[in-house]
Ligand binder design. Structure first.
Ligand SMILES: Nc1ncnc2c1ncn2[C@@H]1O[C@H](COP(=O)(O)OP(=O)(O)O)[C@@H](O)[C@H]1O
Ligand SMILES: [Mg+2]
Length: 359
């Protein structure tokens, strides 16, 4: 028997708007999520991430727009008629129910036989790394363990879509970093299409197949972590995802840029004299290797060294940049080896291929 090929566009959002009174929380969002993808909604607090996730879940009704999941129009379906599991930031486990009863919640609602439920629960708690914890109660578990159980509960009915709203943000740093990789590994293993909301850019960069960067109710950019980091579409994305330097300058003819009193090489197509903003990540300002004859080299003075463990965040300024400041990353070893301290002068090089100009 021939089976219908499943559509690759697993989830399709078209023209999603959300109005809260006079306030427009979502201003027309279009997004396609592929089957099996791990997508992160990333943006500052209040940009509309949770609202969009809740609309996908049917917990909030969109003011306008449509949603399709696995080829089915779910725009007006109640949450129970949709096919997803969800995990929230706060451990939304039922405190008066055991782990087993929490995990089994969705299965009991489906009136599955008791023995089948018991087996499925055992399988799920093992899957999230807590085998044998069925008889415990939420208060006996750490925050990280509670989120694992919340994850098991969300996965119990084998939903087509897993929705995670800042599931790690209430956990301490070490647990957070560990658990995000476990969620990622589990997602790969199960192949479940997943959307995770986060305001933590490092978290999004480390786990997502694609990142949806949101800003004030609109999507600024959708791309792989590398694309969003290396080729930010807007100044907002450049600034929100990772640290970035911004230098004011002017186009100075073919492939040249004037900053302060200096000229730098930079591929661009702007009319000479037009003002430009140059965006460059700290790691693309090199202290070495610098060879004789390299372009874009200038002397800079160290204003401030901020020790961050494996490297230092070093604030420099230079007459060559018209005294505009720059942040660079230098290793502790390099600083020691070159005997660099605040006030020292060192040559730096702006990597031309990493410069991005934005208006
Ligand atoms: N039920 C609501 N009533 C009124 N305003 C809301 C409601 N829910 C969210 N908002 C507003 O919508 C904006 C987006 O909220 P939210 O989606 O929770 O942002 P995020 O999850 O990105 O932090 C915020 O300004 C918030 O105050
Ligand atoms: Mg939120």
């Amino acid at each position: 028997m021939a089976t219908e090929p499943l559509p690759q566009h697993y989830l399709q959002l078209t023209g999603i708007r959300k109005q809260f009174g006079n306030f427009e929380a979502l201003k027309g969002v279009d997004l396609t999520v592929q089957r099996g993808e791990f997508v992160c909604f990333l943006g500052p607090s209040g940009c509309g991430k949770t609202t969009l996730l809740r609309i996908i879940a049917g917990l909030e009704a969109q003011t306008a727009g449509t949603l399709q999941q696995a080829g089915r129009d779910i725009s007006r379906l109640a949450p129970a008629q949709r096919d997803y599991g969800i995990v929230f930031q706060s451990y939304a486990l039922f405190p008066n129910l055991s782990v087993a009863d929490n995990v089994a919640y969705g299965l009991v609602n489906r009136r599955e036989p008791r023995e089948k439920i018991r087996q499925r629960v055992a399988e799920l708690v093992a899957l999230v790394g807590l085998p044998g914890s069925e008889a415990k109660f939420p208060a006996q578990l750490s925050g990280g363990q509670q989120q694992r159980i919340a994850l098991a509960r969300a996965l119990a009915t084998s939903p087509g879509l897993l929705l995670l709203d800042e599931p790690l943000s209430a956990l301490d740093a070490i647990v957070r970093v560990h658990l995000r990789q476990e969620i990622r590994a589990l997602q790969r293993q199960l192949g479940v299409t997943t959307i995770m909301v986060t305001h933590d850019q490092e978290e999004a960069l480390s786990v997502a197949d694609r990142i949806v960067v949101m800003n004030h109710g609109v999507i600024d950019q959708v791309g792989t972590p590398m694309e969003v980091y290396r080729e930010p579409a807007t100044p907002f994305v450049a600034d929100f995802v990772g640290r970035i330097n911004v230098l004011q300058g002017h186009a100075a003819g073919e492939g040249r840029l004037r900053i302060g009193a200096s000229e730098f090489h930079c591929a661009h197509a702007r009319a000479p004299g037009s003002p430009v903003k140059l965006y460059l990540r700290p790691e693309d300002v090199l202290a070495r290797p610098i060879a004789a004859g390299d372009s874009n080299v200038f002397d800079a003075r160290i204003e401030k060294i901020e020790f961050l463990g494996s490297y230092c965040l070093v604030r420099v300024s230079s007459p060559a940049l018209g005294e505009q400041g720059l942040t660079v990353y230098l290793s502790l070893n390099f600083l020691a080896e070159q005997q660099l301290t605040e006030g020292s002068v060192l040559p730096l090089r702006l990597l031309p291929e990493r410069m991005r100009l934005m208006d």
